[in-house]
Ligand binder design. Structure first.
Ligand SMILES: CC(C)(COP(=O)(O)OP(=O)(O)OC[C@H]1O[C@@H](n2cnc3c(N)ncnc32)[C@H](O)[C@@H]1OP(=O)(O)O)[C@@H](O)C(=O)NCCC(=O)NCCS
Length: 152
């Protein structure tokens, strides 16, 4: 597996991974628009024989936000998600971010476990944040990592 910084040229592969990881995936145009340079947005792709994982992050005003992270089912539990997150935290720190935020479905115990392992703490709850269609609405956990206390 190889992790590389993403450009707009990676949009097709990123969309292909996203479609495997999420019920409401971002399409190629979404990734292309985010990664076309500027606006403090950066991303990473992990590839094995096929595209395996994606992450997009935005830094703004001393904070960073993980906009999305997803790993194709076939590539899970092999460290891809953690490698993507670790790479993003490094860039955020270098960019001068003092904290990193993300939102995650409270019921997504695997993702929450990954984030807690990286040092994220529960910082708040957004009730009914996700529309799960027939399953109703789900709450989002807001998680925060302090980057001012040295590398994790
Ligand atoms: C969440 C997700 C990104 C994790 O990616 P991954 O590559 O499988 O994660 P890693 O292999 O790097 O896991 C690192 C650690 O995180 C924790 N973890 C990850 N997935 C887990 C799961 N399903 N259950 C419990 N712990 C989990 C474990 O501590 C794991 O270490 P271990 O495998 O040695 O036990 C992936 O499952 C995914 O894409 N899910 C669907 C999309 C999604 O939910 N994205 C996050 C939305 S906020």
């Amino acid at each position: 597996m190889e992790l590389t910084a993403a450009t707009a040229a990676d949009a097709p592969d990123m969309a292909a991974v996203h479609a495997q990881a999420f019920d409401k995936p971002w399409d190629e145009a979404d990734f292309d628009a985010l990664l076309d340079g500027g606006s403090g947005v950066f991303g990473f792709v992990v590839r094995g024989e096929d595209p395996a994982g994606v992450l997009v992050c935005r830094t703004v005003a001393g904070e960073a936000e993980i906009l999305t992270v997803g790993v194709a089912p076939w590539a899970r539990r092999r460290g891809v998600g953690q490698a993507l997150m670790t790479a993003a935290l490094g860039v955020a720190r270098q960019a001068g971010a003092q904290a990193v935020f993300l939102e995650v479905d409270v019921g997504n115990s695997g993702a929450v476990a990954l984030y807690e392992r990286l040092g994220f703490h529960r910082a708040g709850l957004r009730r009914g944040y996700y529309d799960r269609g027939a399953a109703g609405r789900a709450d989002a956990l807001v998680m925060r990592l302090d980057l001012t206390s040295g590398p994790d």
